[in-house]
Design a protein around this ligand. Structure first.
Ligand code: ADP
Ligand code: MG
Length: 699
């Protein structure tokens, strides 16, 4: 464990703590399980449980919980005390291997998409020894997978672990072909997720039902100042925010989460946090914890941390950049261009595997980040677009072009590039690498998948990415194993991949409308704009075949997930729509009514006092506001009756399309006159803090 976290009294049962607290043979067995996925026998489990409990109690824990990640998107935990009644009537502190390995939460209220009928409501949680246990408050949290009694995954961790296993299996085959597998026990993917968020003042937050109920503003006119000056990005951090960040860092370090950088983002009140990268399943646990701690620490500072993808209209939304790489347990990054020809060839193969994977499974990557919140970013006029493409940079693209065409590579000496013979030119991480509009960018030795929403669990994106790349590697290994002339076969295969999949490579500006046109009309890439557009693609034949063949999902699990995601989309928007109606009827309409009423009273009094006054201002304003009141009333009525109709749609796919095509446009219709009225209504009448106050309120 890193020095920084040690000095903050790190509360993680990590490698260092395990080694110090476990008998050597137990430690070795556990390590074998962690590194190679070998089975853990009960004797080892019991010993680990006891050591874990003693360590936890020593560090102030009284309870333990199986911590898991159900399909709700947040984490769940049910606390049990370590206390067990003893025969003599007293209590003892106990924690067995059985309790460590398996738990049985009453799980009937977690979404299962029909996998688990309520009469067999109990699911079970199973310890994931590859992710470290940690102490939060007075509770030892044990990261677990969550399954139904039939063994179907009901969480996000299980398929993620399966996808890592699938990629490990295929990548090992490739390493073997290159003779680079010596001493390598496994291949893992690593992730460093950059997390964007907004901070707003807690008192102001409390006054806005939309933020409280939905995490985003449903009303709000553009403030006089927005993000147009770009003066927030990397700007001076305000003292209150600075204090928050310092406190947050400390809390995260205690949990072994090595938060590294923080800076202001493009939008006012928007910030970013990035941890040092780690193995994907640990990174996933950590990101879930990070989001939780970010909110808790904010509350301590009189702030609220907004993780919604689009808290404010007209201001940049928040995303998450999933920096992803593949490496051996011995520390070789397989996405790093090597120093010698043979390593280059292996690098190019892994690079091509990713290119092929992203092209073949664009739809899976897109849908892995689909939520009602993220739809406001992708497919709207914001970074990145809903069309998936890869940024490679000019140099690497030129190398691939040269290979494809057997043409000399301009950068090197004038010979044609032959894999396994020529050394790749050194790629500098040039300025074009900073292309921020690309959904999937190669950044020197890793890929950065940028379509994730700020509130998404990174598990979903990574399970699809790992599986798709495992599939490419499998096809390559199947082709190359046993082939007589390895080099020629490899060269031809890479050439073919480039030819077949170069349509996915795009180094230009992803915001440009002309790109969307070219992508869809010329290159035939998919443009799945909304959640109802992309979610059903999960069940198309190609995707089901790939995901089931690598045993990442069963067909039943895929059906359940599709249903849960669509249901979640519908419920989210339904809550937003109802919140809008509530705010419009109980807050906005009465406020505008009151203001225009007061204007009318003033008008009448002035007219009575001085009959010759023209009172043009009052007349105009009263007319305008009364018009807006009527528009709001009409729009609210329509939204209300359409919501009633929506309630009657039983089929979730149909319901989601209705939400997209009817309810969301209705909501826009209601918002427009309300935002206009806000600009005409005196501040003292407006019922809740405006954008200006929310965005510039934290000092
Ligand atoms: P930037 O995007 O600002 O250039 P960095 O290069 O500092 O960022 O990295 C951003 C994130 O990527 C960090 O979380 C970092 O830990 C992570 N990262 C760096 N190298 C790798 C890697 N090989 N695999 C996965 N993540 C990585
Ligand atoms: Mg980045």
């Amino acid at each position: 464990m890193n020095k920084v976290s040690q000095s903050f009294g790190c509360m993680v049962f990590d490698d260092r703590v395990m080694k110090a607290n476990l008998p050597p043979d137990i430690y070795r067995s556990l390590k074998k399980t962690i590194d190679e996925g070998s089975r853990l026998d009960t004797r080892v489990a019991d010993a680990v449980a006891t050591a874990m409990k003693d360590w936890a109690i020593e560090n102030g824990a009284t309870h333990f919980t199986h911590w898991f990640q159900p399909l709700t998107g947040v984490t769940a935990e049910k606390h049990d005390a370590f206390i067990t009644p003893a025969p003599d009537g007293r209590v003892i502190m106990e924690f067995s291997g059985k309790e460590l390995i398996k738990g049985e939460p009453d799980a009937s209220s977690f979404p299962s998409g029909g996998l688990r009928a309520t009469f067999e409501a109990r699911g079970y949680t199973a310890w994931d020894p590859t992710s470290y246990a940690f102490i939060k408050g007075n509770t030892l949290c044990i990261p677990t997978a969550f399954c139904s009694y039939g063994g179907e995954a009901l969480d996000k961790k299980t398929p993620l672990l399966r996808s890592m296993e699938a990629l490990n299996k295929q990548a090992m085959r490739i390493l073997k072909l290159f003779g680079n597998d010596e001493g390598v026990k496994c291949v893992r993917t690593s992730v460093g997720p950059e997390q964007e968020y907004f901070l707003v003042d807690k008192d102001m937050f409390e006054k806005r039902k939309d933020l409280k109920f939905t995490g985003r503003t449903l009303f709000g006119a553009k403030p006089p100042k927005g993000q147009e000056l770009d003066d927030h990005y990397f700007g001076v951090i305000k003292p209150k925010v600075q204090a928050y960040m310092a406190d947050l860092n400390e809390e995260l370090w205690k949990l072994g989460i090595l938060a590294k950088t923080e800076h202001n983002e493009v939008a006012p009140a928007q910030h970013e946090l990035a941890p040092i990268y780690t193995t994907t399943n640990i990174a996933t646990d950590h990101n879930q914890l990070t989001m939780e701690i970010m909110q808790k620490v904010a509350a301590k500072h009189g702030l609220v941390c907004l993780l919604h993808e689009k808290p404010f209209a007209g201001v940049n939304g928040s995303g998450k950049h999933n920096n992803w790489s593949i490496a051996t347990d011995t520390g070789t990054n397989l996405l790093k261009p090597g120093e010698t020809p043979y390593d280059n060839a292996q690098f190019l193969l892994f690079l091509c595997a990713v290119i092929k994977a992203v092209d073949d499974y664009q739809d899976l990557l897109r849908l892995s980040v689909a939520t009602a919140g993220n739809d406001h970013r992708l497919g709207a006029n914001e970074a990145p677009p809903a069309v998936v493409s890869i940024f490679l940079g000019d140099e690497l693209t030129a190398v691939l072009d040269a290979i494809e065409n057997d043409a000399p590579y301009a950068g090197a000496e004038k010979t044609t590039m032959k894999l396994g013979v020529h050394v790749l030119p050194r790629f500098t991480r040039d300025t074009t690498d900073r292309n921020r509009t690309s959904p999937f960018a190669f950044t020197g030795n890793k890929f950065e998948f940028r379509m994730l929403g700020s509130s998404n669990s990174i598990a979903c994106a990574n399970m699809m990415l790992n599986s798709a790349v495992a599939e490419s590697l499998k096809i390559y290994a199947d082709r190359l194993e046993g082939v007589e002339d390895f080099e020629t076969a490899l060269h031809e295969m890479i050439k073919k991949t480039i030819k077949d999949h170069k349509r996915i490579i795009f180094n230009g500006n992803g915001y440009d409308d002309s790109w969307i046109k070219e992508a869809t009309e010329v290159r035939g890439l998919t443009n799945l704009k909304t959640t109802p557009d992309c979610m059903p693609e999960l069940l198309n034949e190609k995707n089901v075949k790939m995901l089931t063949s690598h045993k990442v999902f069963s067909e039943a699990e895929l059906h359940s997930r599709c249903e849960i995601m669509l249901e979640n989309y519908c419920k989210t928007v339904n809550i937003e729509a109802r919140t809008m109606l509530d705010m419009a009827k109980k807050e906005i309409l009465p406020a505008v009514e009151k203001y225009s009423g007061d204007l009318a009273t003033a008008y009448a009094a002035k007219k009575a006092a001085v009959p010759s006054l023209s009172l043009g201002y009052e007349t105009k304003l009263i007319e305008k506001l009364s018009g807006l009141i009527d528009s709001m009333d009409k729009a609210a009525e329509k939204l209300e009756s359409d919501l009633e109709e929506y309630q009657g749609i039983a089929d979730v796919t149909k319901a989601s399309c209705y939400i997209r095509d009817v309810i969301l446009p209705d909501m826009d219709e209601l918002r427009a006159p309300a935002d206009e009225a806000e600009l005409l209504t005196a501040d003292s009448y407006w019922p809740f803090p405006t954008y200006g106050k929310l965005l510039f309120g934290v000092r």
